[in-house]
Design a protein around this ligand. Sequence first.
Ligand code: ADP
Ligand code: MG
Length: 314
Amino acid sequence: MTEFGFIETIRATFASIPDNAFEGIGDDCAILPTDGDEALVFTSDALCEGVHFLRESSTPFDIGAKSATVNLSDIAAMGARPIATLLSLALPQEAVGEWAEEFIRGYHSVSSRYGVKLVGGDTTGSKTGVFVSVTAIGRVKRANIKRRSSAKPGDTILVGGVLGESAIGLSDILSGNPHSAAAQLHRNPVAQIEEGEWLGTQECVHAMMDISDGLSSDLQHILTASHVGAIIDTEKIPAANADVRNAVCGGEDYKLLFTVATDCVTDLIATFERRFGYTPYPIGTITADSDCHIEWRENGRRVSHTDWQGFTHF
Ligand code: ADP
Ligand code: MG
């Protein structure tokens, strides 16, 4: 069973229970409309020792910071502003004390940067390594919510920044070069939190998500949810070390992936640049393809990349 097959089983099992006004499963966050013109959004991401981090090659500060970052990234990916988190920690005996306190300092560093309060959680012991589970809550004007399902044929596809750096950082760590800039970015990534909330306010932005599993698999989620296809111009992908395959397949970059009505792309990029000091990258176009395929092109020529798959856990 694949990771996404299992999630589908979960969704089907719960289909007969009323949704109590919630929208989910299927996007970066579940959505709960509140009174007035707002909604709350909810997401939960777990980090598991040996899978998401190695205690011997990451500091507890970085693991704490990353635990907050990856969750706030999913809030921003909806166009929302993160307001609070809940933090559950399972700690083996040797991580109780100094390790855990340093973890909290890292978690606080990211939370305080974006004004996000820690409002609850759980603390327990573990016999098999550190386990972290975070639930993040965001707030958004209903009209500003950006779903995966809103991409339209003709939209330009953009990514918020360079892709593949985190995967390069991981291989640096595994090959004994843990002090490279990419390795540091892998251990403590920077997500596009303020950018996501701002993109939410832009009407011409249609679909949005964050790239956590790699461009090829995350773009596929937008295509499937929106019943559309895509053409990607591979030479336009902002690939770290000019390694396009790594940029497309590597995970954990936490850059935003979004689609924009083509007639306002130039203006949007210019306004984004004035606000944030750098530009997002247009990399392709949404097509009217109900098979939801990604067509890869290299300088206008169609190329086949059946092995370009993103990351899955099972
Ligand atoms: P993301 O990468 O944005 O965190 P995922 O790919 O992990 O999203 O999950 C896809 C969708 O499935 C999301 O809507 C998520 O909330 C949902 N999901 C994942 N695992 C579970 C689970 N164990 N129970 C319920 N929903 C889940
Ligand atoms: Mg996400």
